[in-house]
Design a protein around this ligand. Sequence first.
Ligand SMILES: *Cc1c(COP(=O)(O)O)cnc(C)c1O
Length: 454
Amino acid sequence: MKTIIEPFRIKSVEPIRMTTRAERQALLKSVDYNLFALKSQDVIIDLLTDSGTGAMSAEQWAAIMRGDESYAGSPSFARFEAAVRNLMPFDHIIPTHQGRAAEAILFSILGGTGKNFPSNTHFDTTRGNIEASGARAHDLVIAEGKDPANLHPFKGNMDLEKLESYLQEHGDSVPCVMLTITNNAGGGQPVSLENIRAVAKIAKAHGRPFIIDGCRFAENAYFIKMREEGQGDRAIEDIVRDCFADADGMTMSAKKDAFANIGGWLALNNPELAELARARLIQTEGFPTYGGLAGRDLEAIAQGLSEIVDEDYLRYRIRTNEYIIERLEALGIPVVKPAGGHAVFIDARAWLKNVAPLEYPGQAVAVALYEIGGIRSCEIGTVMFGRQPDGNEVPAAMDLVRLAIPRRTYTQSHADYIVECFGELAAHMDDLRGYRITKEPALMRHFTCHFEPL
Ligand SMILES: *Cc1c(COP(=O)(O)O)cnc(C)c1O
């Protein structure tokens, strides 16, 4: 069959409140054109993030009722630990309330002034935690990973030559080598198994622990199955196990590829490191058998992990992005290719040639998309990255608009609606104007700044 259907039925629904274009125009004005300030009831399709926004299954809701809320030694922890270890065979599995809590614990131990952390691309909370410890974070993704139109199958790969010379240059100041799969900040692009193994080998040769940021491990494994030679006939679970087999630890946000609305973990093999991590965990998160989560959350994660590696789900998941991208391209809209695992990216700078980068083309597209169809997307460009620590403003490397796709939440008709809204936008391109920022905080301005149309 050519039609790839959603491999689930719907048992429980959340109504979407329809709004009119006039209402949305007024709402935009009321939030100073910052989409983060919208109430979610005023959004028809919310593509702000895929983090914690997925739909849980009937089995996950059932597991939630089994949650045992004992402070210590809960069977829910045992089920969580077994489910993680089934895929990622680490010795020590430490639950946290989110991925960034796992990072904060890890870098409170490994970080510090003078330390250096390489990765393909650090996610922003990872970078934040590294830098907050006084250490420095460096991104060593392959050159193809920075070119929106390049069709390389594994644009998240680490540049191995750069890693080798980085480790020679920085020597003992590198506490571990990191790798993000898929490469979230680089557009959800995958890392090949060959590259993962090569990074592990280089790290080992230099005596450095190798830690994977595994937030989208299942999407990454599906790309490996589809694109890497010799992997096509293998089970997703087996590919996942191979991805983590040579690693010394991982950080994870269960809000991504564990189908949960909250949660995360830090996993380690080194017992001394794990002991330090647990001591820190007790200070900041909670006792090691719940670590900032309720027993029911641990159950939802355990069950979610058994569902996320389902190939029918992953086929539908990845195909959704490709489906949207193919149709946007047919409308002449520049997109980042190939489709990533969790989101579709529009190249707004290439599309809106008459809006200069410092007039925020990504913001112009994101606001227009909301006005036309009530779709909430996210600017990833000059609004987010343009303000420099010295106060100057410069254009970001790219001006993208991200449509992050929540897991199991929307259907093909929602995808068709998104495409139709883009068609409407494309037909009225000449009306699009840029924006001016009228008010901004000192840091992370994109969350709260105010805009005014030019
Ligand atoms: C979301 C994410 C994190 C942080 O996880 P939270 O659960 O949001 O704290 C870290 N790394 C990557 C790659 C992510 O996508």
